[in-house]
Write a protein of this length. Structure first.
Length: 93
């Protein structure tokens, strides 16, 4: 899977495409990235991808990212979590 590629730009592109497609199947890998990835730009793209994946796990992952050790990641996750708290995500099961 491109999300595990050694080139960060490929991982960024893969996260973007999976987000655009609303891929629920990508969520387990997004979890791994949020928990282990050192590259801010890869994590950033995953967080933006979560906005397009209408699944309760997306909200859970975003909440997890608000506690990320990187202040850049946690601040972005807090900002994006506020966007998720809209009618579209509130209607999730």
């Amino acid at each position: 899977m491109s999300l595990k590629h050694s080139v960060p730009e490929y991982r960024i592109t893969a996260a973007h495409v999976l987000g655009e497609r609303g891929s629920v199947a990508a969520l387990p890998e997004f979890t791994r990235i949020i928990e282990t990835e050192d590259d801010f730009y890869v994590v950033k793209e995953v967080l933006y991808a979560l906005l397009n994946i209408k699944d309760p796990m997306s909200v859970k992952l975003m909440k997890t990212a608000t506690q990320h050790p990187s202040t850049l990641v946690s601040a972005l996750a807090q900002k994006l979590l506020a966007k998720m708290e809209t009618a579209a995500f509130k209607q999730l099961p």
